[in-house]
Design a binder for this molecule. Sequence first.
Ligand code: FES
Length: 95
Amino acid sequence: MAVGEDEHVLAAARRAGLGLPSLCEQGWDLACAVRVLSGKVDNSDARRYYPEDERAGFALICTAKPRSDLRLRTHQTAAMRRHRDAHGLPAPRGT
Ligand code: FES
């Protein structure tokens, strides 16, 4: 799947016909969380994304732009919530 340099990964996934979870689409509620297995993303468009998230390998693809080829594991909302809880960071549960 090709993703433009300034395109969010979720938008490209939709264009490719992939149905992936999302809700807020602002990088807020963790509904679209993934694990970055390899590669690098820019998640600076997210409303709430912490250095701890990046260090743990999580990304929010509704607001993530690719900075290299990527391999991602989708459906990581629960894991990212556990990570946020473990670090005392906000982990919304409305989704
Ligand atoms: S859809 Fe809410 S964080 Fe991506």
